[in-house]
Design a protein around this ligand. Structure first.
Ligand code: ATP
Ligand code: MG
Length: 306
């Protein structure tokens, strides 16, 4: 059974903005799914339709097999949502926020579970701090804790790591991976593409309210071919690109750097060419295609923005 099933979803805001234009996709139970898209492509609109605050214009949305229009209460219980916007009632402490949130779902006496989540999210020291006294990254982690108090089956995260520092971001990844392994279905939106690349088995890319890609993350990256980019740094000024490098689409970056492009199967040709040139090479940097390249190709380049 699917965890989330969206069919031909449209949203037109009162302002006339057509934010979602017939979006359809399905997230299977247990998946770790990435939803990517540039600013304004409709990610938050879609998530807010799942979560409740935004009403769809047309189409159907099912959560755990139940239509959101048929049984809102049931679908709300299945879902835990980490919203993009941070807002807390600033009168409460971290612990109180989580107790109140539990009460909202009719859950009592779950302090032990709350403590467990606080520890996993490195917030245990802030348990009694007022939410006003939290840093941006701490607030974001508190949003994650809030989304988990009722033990949802599907967790939807709208940019959960925005503003979270590197170490804590890695902690959060580790925690999300663990939750997913334990059976939680996760839908993640992020602008950190390496995050989607390392966590999510499938990736959807939307642009201007339309689906432009949906594949296994690995396949999506491979769909760009096996092209590689090699940056050569020379120990002295390169006045003219050496002839041996010409077959590899060379681009002069500056006086000391040349970027080459080639397919993986041509690796021996490029090694031979490098041997034959006279300039001293002092450094090389080899890069394969990344999810980021696919993303740029399918969104900005498609629109002629770059
Ligand atoms: N409440 C609203 N009223 C009117 N228009 C809105 C509203 N919320 C969003 N929009 C518009 O809908 C479009 C999609 O916005 P949305 O917030 O869903 O994008 P997003 O993909 O989440 O972007 P970001 O990456 O910046 O968070 C944008 O054109 C936005 O201006
Ligand atoms: Mg958004």
């Amino acid at each position: 059974m699917s965890a989330i099933k969206i069919e031909n979803l449209h949203k037109t805001y009162a302002s006339g903005v057509h934010a979602l234009k017939g979006l359809s996709f399905e997230i299977k139970k247990g998946e770790f799914f990435a939803l990517l898209g540039p600013n304004g492509s409709g990610k938050t609109t879609m998530i807010n339709i799942l979560a409740g605050p935004t009403i769809k214009t047309s189409g159907t949305v099912k959560i755990g097999g139940t239509d959101i229009e048929k049984d809102r209460e049931k679908t709300k219980m299945i879902l835990g949502v980490v919203p993009q916007e941070i807002s807390f009632d600033s009168f409460f402490s971290v612990n109180e926020v989580l107790i109140l949130q539990s009460g909202y779902y009719g859950i009592k006496n779950n302090q032990k579970y709350i403590d467990e989540i606080l520890e996993k999210l490195n917030l245990q020291d802030k348990k009694h701090a007022n939410t006003r006294a939290l840093s941006g990254g701490m607030k974001r982690r508190l949003l994650v804790a809030k989304a988990l108090v009722h033990k949802p089956k599907v967790l939807v995260l709208d940019e959960p790591t925005a503003g979270v520092d590197v170490e804590l971001r890695h902690n959060l990844w580790h925690y999300m991976r663990k939750l997913n392994k334990e059976g939680l279905t996760i839908l993640l939106t992020t602008h950190y593409l390496e995050e989607a690349e390392s966590l999510c088995t499938r990736t959807a890319i939307i642009d201007k309210g339309e689906l432009v890609a949906l594949q296994k993350t690995k396949d999506l990256i491979q769909s760009m071919g096996n092209a590689k980019k090699l940056t050569l740094t020379f120990g002295k000024k390169v006045s003219k690109i050496p002839e041996a490098l010409l077959p590899f689409d060379p681009k002069k970056q500056n006086d000391h750097e040349i970027i080459l492009h080639f397919e993986t199967q041509d690796i021996n040709k490029i090694l031979k060419a490098l041997e034959s040139i006279k300039y001293p090479i002092v450094d090389l940097d080899l890069q394969g295609k990344k999810l980021e390249d696919v993303f740029i190709e399918l969104t900005y380049n498609r629109n002629g923005k770059l």
